[in-house]
Design a protein. Sequence first.
Length: 248
Amino acid sequence: MIQIENLWKRLGGLEVFKGVSFEVQKGEFLALIGMSGTGKSVLLKHIAGLMKPDRGRILVDGTDVTRASFRELEDIRSRFGFVFQNGALFDSMTVFDNVAFPLREKTRMTESKIADRVRHDLEQVGLGGAEEKYPSQLSGGMIKRAALARALVRDPEIVFFDEPTTGLDPIIAKSILRLFDSFHNRLKLTGVLVSHDIPDIFGIVQKVAMLHDGELVALEEAKNIQSCSHPVVDQFIHGRIDGPIRYR
Ligand SMILES: Nc1ncnc2c1ncn2[C@@H]1O[C@H](COP(=O)(O)OP(=O)(O)O)[C@@H](O)[C@H]1O
Ligand SMILES: [Mg+2]
């Protein structure tokens, strides 16, 4: 379970978080939505312990990642699967080696067990046969799927996906979301999904949180979010041009 308590963070003269609090229960998937630049990626980096807040705590199963020692952070991160927004693949490694990397670095599995697992996971994400390709030879969708395979190869309990479908065509985007849904259902993952795939994501998460102007303006059951009456939420999820959100 992830508990975010009264998070404050100032970056580049801007209050990115002004007292953000919410929880993600074990086995629950939460979609984090909001305009570009509202701090969604920064929030995930805080949960991963890569950035420290000015104030507040983030507890992962009771351990405060904002104050954890290096060892404690390593332990917690070993249970995480991450797909960063721009953190694609290691360019100098094949798809196979990219996905095998966490197993080679962090486990004592034999090469033959690693090969079995990597081939299996690449099949799962529809990349069977692309093992020996390099990232520069892949399409955007293939890179995202390989990154997904790499994030899931160690059977993480907690996953974070930062815009896993942004920039992909709608069919590939849907297939990635479906894949994600099947992993979640099968493995009962706990996680946070940052995505603009509205309304598709509402069918695969349980909760939706919206960040706006440093605050959490919504934290709703996914089935209720589309009737949320908060004007900012209503405007954003329905893509209305008129409303309280102003673009300059
Ligand atoms: N390392 C950093 N240093 C300074 N400002 C940053 C840094 N990372 C992000 N920001 C700023 O924090 C805000 C939130 O960024 P981000 O989390 O990337 O937004 P989102 O993912 O919601 O589009 C933006 O104004 C961005 O410019
Ligand atoms: Mg982002």
